[in-house]
Design a protein around this ligand. Structure first.
Ligand code: NI
Length: 142
């Protein structure tokens, strides 16, 4: 993808805030303050797009459940088949003799992705579930 041109602009904020920003950027290994700020802006935009239901997002849904619980696997499979257009990959890990972890890669409109995540996480027998949202990569510059 072609790199969009850089835009230079100035900001004003409290000096101690800038000092803390620089300290954090150094700790995290950023080459400079601009890269650290750009990553913070992207993180906020990802959250913002996830709230705006009509934007395309990508993400993962992680589910942990006891596979001995009646019907849980059939139920989760049914829900996934209902949303085959959103779920692009699935990984199943047998955590211990009882527990399974499923990690589903998802991509689609934010509202639709959140709906399928809610259904899976609320399914009877799921002990913990979480949707992690990221960008499809099309929205932001480098
Ligand atoms: Ni398993």
């Amino acid at each position: 993808m072609k790199t969009p041109p850089l835009c230079r602009f100035s900001l004003s904020m409290a000096g101690d805030l800038v000092a803390q920003l620089d300290a954090m950027a150094r700790t995290k290994g950023y080459a400079n303050r601009s890269k650290a700020v750009a990553d913070m802006v992207r993180a906020h935009l990802v959250d913002h797009h996830a709230q705006a239901g009509n934007r395309d997002i990508a993400g993962t849904i992680t589910l942990v459940y006891d596979h001995h619980k009646r019907n849980i696997q059939a139920l989760l499979t049914d829900i996934q088949h209902d949303h085959g257009n959103l779920i692009i990959a699935a990984m199943h890990v047998h955590l211990d003799p009882h527990h399974c972890m499923e990690v589903l890669a998802v991509r689609g409109r934010a509202q639709a992705v959140k709906q399928v995540a809610d259904r899976l996480i609320a399914a009877k027998g799921v002990k913990h579930g979480k949707l992690t949202v990221t960008t499809t990569g099309k929205d932001f510059g480098n």
